[in-house]
Design a protein around this ligand. Sequence first.
Ligand SMILES: [Zn+2]
Length: 253
Amino acid sequence: MAVTRQQLMACLDELLQPHQLNDYCPNGLQVEGTDTIKHLVTGVTASQALIDRAISENADALLVHHGYFWKGENPALVGIKAQRIRQLLGNNINLIAYHLPIDVHPKQGNNVQLGELLGFKNLAPLPSLKPNGIVYSADTAKPVRAGELHAHIATQLGRAVLHEGDKNAIVKTVAWCTGGGQGYIEQAAQAGVDAFITGEVSEQTIHIAREMNIHFYAAGHHATERYGVKAVGEWVGSKLPVTVQFIDIDNPA
Ligand SMILES: [Zn+2]
């Protein structure tokens, strides 16, 4: 049971079509390790804790949603970035990262996976936003009170969720963007949905929610983005002779 790095990358690129998106980081192979891959570890962010786990699990490759080399950051390999990359290279582990391609993918993407986890119906990308699929909208499984939706999201994600709005109001339609998508709340309100869900909250998000009369839920950047990379890994495991293991490093943010 093994594949070459080239076979793995070809499989991922075919699924995720990274060349179609203009992203804030390089998508694909970010740090080159061994040519032969038997064990693939997946996780949300290439933090030191995830690298340590990948090493202890004998990973040949680590596939993440949040890799390195973001636009605007100091490109020098110093500090924690040097430490992380030294460990990857020293252990011959490939680091593979896909950012927007994992957010927007119509099956394995973060947005679709979260919508399915929450049991929404009639999922569709909110039109006119680029890239297509960055915000999704849907109907709730049935009309629910905003407070019930709050409890439902918290149960499904296993964490506390922030809700702004009247908990007794009825919610029938939702829009969402996993991760740090709070900037899309105005577009969601303009699209006429009852509620907007994302990972993070900013001070101004609450005022926009109140003044545009839309329910707002912040359910955690990490918690809302666990499911895309996990699904991509499972898909790879169904296509290629590699073992795949998702490792969740808890993050309250
Ligand atoms: Zn993210």
